[in-house]
Design a protein around this ligand. Structure first.
Ligand code: NAD
Length: 257
């Protein structure tokens, strides 16, 4: 399938799943706008690399997804947004009575509220273009809870709720709104949790992967950024034109249980 001439804006895409989705969409012919809160040479180099590898236009636009005005400015600076991938996210793990307030606020802002602002800013552009796709990267934690992840689970359930609501608001238009709900994907976000968890459980890092991280994932395998990217491309295809308002789990069976 070809996404030639479409512009995709992917929030939080200088790493992990966001970068994987950007590469998959560029591979299908879309022009891509990468984003994070940093403004380093290597961020811009990532975009240049994608442009060269896939023969598409690729830009990096710095914007902090914890700030509503910057979320909206990202879409404005992109100029076009046929495909919006709300992916930026962070994690913090603590019992709720010890949960740092600033971490709670940051997770709710980056993982959930940013999608409100970018979607609000992008829908008029999609309507003008007569076609649009909103893809929210939620999580298996948008469908199931785990202890010590109150802010993350709250935000991701919120994203799933927003996905369904915006899908209903756009149902009569050539716009679809869906959520991809990954189980565990081996990205910097997950890698960062391994050493601390190993200390906490007095286990080796390999044991942590097998017995703690993948404990809930029946396949006992990580999902990959390429698999998430492939699903994003499918959601942009004509075959998915009637697929809207759905949380789609890519979790090796976790949420089947
Ligand atoms: P990651 O840490 O590799 O990527 C997170 C991205 O968000 C990075 O590009 C980072 O720069 C960006 N980001 C963080 N704060 C930001 C801010 N204030 N403004 C703009 N960008 C910001 O992690 P990942 O695993 O690729 O996570 C991507 C998304 O996938 C997140 O929403 C995460 O919750 C979700 N997710 C990840 C997994 C997993 O197992 N890795 C599972 C389910 C869902």
């Amino acid at each position: 399938m070809s996404l030639n001439g479409k512009t995709a804006v992917i929030t939080g895409s200088n790493s992990g799943i966001g970068l994987g989705v950007a590469r998959a969409l560029a591979g299908a012919g879309a022009n891509v706008v990468l984003n994070s809160f940093t403004d380093r040479e290597e961020d811009h180099a990532l975009a240049a690399g994608i442009a060269e590898e896939f023969g598409v236009e690729a830009r990096y636009i710095q914007a902090d997804m914890s700030k509503g005005d910057q979320c909206r400015a990202l879409i404005e600076k992109a100029g076009a947004c046929d495909i919006l991938v709300n992916n930026a996210g962070i994690q913090h793990v603590a019992p709720i009575d010890e949960f740092p307030v600033e971490k709670w606020d940051a997770i709710i802002a980056i993982n959930m509220t940013s999608a409100f602002h970018t979607t609000a800013a992008a829908l008029p552009l999609m309507r003008k273009a007569g076609w649009g796709r909103v893809i929210n990267v939620a999580s298996a934690h948008g469908l199931r809870a785990s202890p010590y992840k109150a802010a993350y689970v709250t935000a991701k359930h919120g994203v799933v709720g927003m996905t369904k609501t915006v899908a209903l608001e756009t149902a009569k238009e050539p716009i679809t709104v869906n959520a991809i709900c990954p189980g565990y994907v081996l990205t910097p976000l997950v890698e960062a949790q391994i050493p601390d968890t190993a200390k906490e459980y007095d286990m080796s890092e390999d044991e942590v992967v097998e017995k703690v991280i993948l404990a809930k994932q029946p396949s006992k395998e990580f999902a990959t950024v390429e698999q998430i990217g492939g699903l994003a491309v499918f959601l942009c295809s004509d075959a998915a034109a009637q697929l809207t308002g759905q949380p789609i789990a890519v979790d090796g069976g976790w949420t089947a249980a």
